[in-house]
Design a protein around this ligand. Structure first.
Ligand code: SF4
Length: 255
């Protein structure tokens, strides 16, 4: 590692609120070159190549008119078609510009789920692209992954006006599509970002503080609850807690 690379590395961890050098044996071993995953696809293929092949497969399926669903990517396309220009809840008529379905690797071992699109996400139609999204990208990279190796979605797929909290009837209509995504992708680990996502996925009213620090079950995945990146922008001292949660995620992915 060059001096400049080392400086960039330390700057990055400093921005996340992490200081010093890790004495975590597993982390050091991984930095020595061992792989964080058992998933052969992630190990052996560059994710961009993999997604490129997947896209070709989806295009082939679309042009041949077949509805046979064999790959998670194809199943996600079908699910997105089912969602359509959705009017199932009132958010469709409250100023949304785009439905924000989800983005990433359809065969991801790790899935991040937030609350709802914000302004930037609504405009671009992609989840977590604003300031909080940039921080989420750094959080993903902090455990040695690229953003396109994971899958990112929200509980609610349309932006609530003025970023208000989603309402119960909106969640009731939209959540089945998120569960559809989870059942197709079958991630080993789900990271619920913030109170709203954790409570919705676990059907609980427990606080995010009490849900953090332990493993939960969601569908067939292990769920880890942590703070939302937008909360971290307002409360940088909580980055240390998120780092602890992400170390747990990294450990779970490595076994
Ligand atoms: S929030 Fe979900 S259920 Fe409501 S209109 Fe948007 S996509 Fe449909």
């Amino acid at each position: 590692m060059t001096r400049n690379e080392l400086r960039a590395h330390l700057d990055f961890f400093s921005e996340l609120g992490i200081s010093g050098v890790s004495h975590d044996v597993e982390w050091r071993a991984r930095r020595d070159g061992s792989e964080p995953f058992k998933n052969e696809a992630l190990k052996n293929a560059s994710s961009k190549d993999e997604l490129g092949a997947l896209t070709k497969s989806i295009e082939k399926s679309a042009t041949s008119g077949t509805k046979d669903v064999q790959l998670p990517g194809e199943a996600l396309v079908v699910l997105r078609e089912d969602l359509g220009d959705c009017t199932r809840c009132k958010l469709h008529s409250l100023g949304r510009k785009n439905i924000v379905f989800g983005v990433g690797n359809p065969e991801a071992d790790l899935m991040f789920i937030g609350e709802a699109p914000g302004s930037a996400e609504d405009i671009q139609g992609v989840p977590f692209v604003g300031r909080a999204g940039q921080l989420l990208t750094k959080i993903i990279e902090s455990i040695g992954l690229e953003r396109d190796q994971v899958y990112i979605a929200n509980v609610i797929k349309c932006r609530p006006p003025n970023n208000r909290n989603p309402e119960a009837d909106e969640v009731e209509q939209c959540l089945p599509f998120l569960f559809g995504q989870i059942d197709i992708i079958k991630p080993r680990i789900i990271v619920a970002l913030g109170r709203f996502a954790a409570q919705s996925l676990l059907e609980t009213s427990e606080t995010i503080t009490s849900l953090r620090g332990r493993e939960h079950q969601c569908r067939s995945s292990i769920l880890i609850a942590t703070y939302h990146p937008a909360y971290l922008l307002r409360n940088p001292s909580a980055k240390r807690d998120v780092w602890e949660d992400m170390k747990r995620v990294r450990t779970l992915l490595s076994v």
